[in-house]
Write a protein that binds this ligand. Structure first.
Ligand code: ADP
Ligand code: MG
Length: 341
């Protein structure tokens, strides 16, 4: 893999008219996105996701720090060079942003026309794209005649028409129902797989990130609070904001408040165990319990899969003598992450 996008200590302060100094929209962001991956940025509303995304194609300038695309500092580009950069970066939006007065064909063809493509090439390319996004018969429909999912398919076709190397998706599924969201997630996934396009997905939906992204950063108040591979983040969300986003999605992990509420309802000592390959592919949990003479009850937990990687969390109440439980916990800690609570 090679580096495609790099942000170094990027901060953004929007200039306000009011006297009060506004909070930083972005505050010291470091980020590395490799060529060919799907990178997720997740966070609650106002976290700075859109601001960050818009810096990658130079729509927003950092107040300080550097944004590099393919090794080039976006801030140093001339207007002409910036146009060339944007030509290589497609973008899709929550509200689709289609031209309502143009047909589906016109929506996809217009950026190619502006880029100087010949009519015959445009016609071939639009046909190809409509087939790819599953809208073969809709070339001459108007956006108002399409469902939300179909509009987003047009948005995606338009965004990848000129064969960009990067696709930025800002809440691309947030206006869609769950079934349509699944279809659009699958389509974005095939954009990545079939054309090798690097995708940066911004969303507040953990469900979307977990099915789409390879790696993810969690943003809160303009900062990256946690980053990693998606299944690791789902298995071991360490920051409270991540735990909130993951917790409401998987429900395998206990929140701190739930632990407090449950602590006295169960006897024994309590631990939470991150589910990993090792816990799924070998009987390590029962073996270590037997070897150390420890019994356990499962308070809450589950094992799920994302892109064939198991993840989840088990919260256990342990019974046995103190020394045995200490040994069991130490042995298990050598295999996966264990937290006592
Ligand atoms: N053009 C703007 N002018 C002033 N403040 C802005 C502007 N755009 C965004 N902000 C502020 O910057 C912060 C981050 O916004 P944004 O990047 O849109 O977050 P997100 O996409 O995560 O919801 C918010 O506090 C928002 O109010
Ligand atoms: Mg946003």
């Amino acid at each position: 893999m090679s580096e495609r996008i790099r942000l170094t200590e990027v901060s953004k302060q929007y200039v306000a008219n009011k006297k009060a100094t506004p909070a930083l929209a972005l505050d010291g962001i470091d980020l590395l996105i490799e060529a060919g991956e799907v990178y997720g940025l997740i966070g609650r509303s106002g976290a700075g996701k859109s601001t960050l995304l818009r810096m990658i194609n130079g729509l927003e300038a950092p107040t300080s720090g550097q944004v590099l695309v393919d090794g080039v500092d976006v801030q140093t580009l001339s207007p002409g060079e910036l146009r060339t950069l944007r030509h290589g970066i497609g973008m899709v939006f929550q509200q689709f942003s289609l031209w309502n007065s143009r047909t589906v064909y016109g929506n996809i063809a217009t950026p190619l026309k502006i880029a100087g493509w010949k009519d015959a090439d445009i016609s071939r390319r639009v046909g190809e794209l409509l087939d790819f996004v599953g809208l073969g018969g809709k070339a001459f429909a108007r956006p108002r005649q399409l469902s939300g999912g179909q509009k987003q398919r047009v948005g995606i076709a338009r965004a990848i028409a000129s064969r960009p190397s990067i696709l930025l998706a800002d809440e691309a599924t947030s206006a869609l129902d769950p079934q349509t969201t699944t279809e659009i997630v699958d389509l974005l996934r095939s954009v990545n797989r079939e054309f090798g396009i690097t995708i940066v997905v911004v969303t507040h939906e953990m469900d979307v990130i977990s099915r789409l992204a390879d790696r993810v950063s969690i943003l809160s108040q303009g900062r990256v609070v946690e980053s990693g591979e998606i299944h690791q983040i789902l298995a071991r969300p360490s920051h409270a904001v991540t735990q909130g986003l993951v917790g409401s999605y998987t429900r395998t992990a206990l929140t701190d408040a739930e632990k407090t509420a449950l602590r006295d309802r169960f006897g024994g000592r309590k631990i939470s165990v991150a589910v990993d390959d090792v816990l799924v592919n070998s009987p390590v949990l029962s073996r270590l319990a037997r070897e150390n003479g420890v019994d356990f009850a499962v308070i809450q937990g589950g094992v799920a899969r994302v892109k064939d990687q198991p993840y989840g969390q088990l919260s256990l109440a342990l019974y046995g003598d103190d020394v045995a439980i200490d040994r069991f916990t130490a042995d298990l800690s050598a295999q996966t992450e264990v937290t006592a609570w």
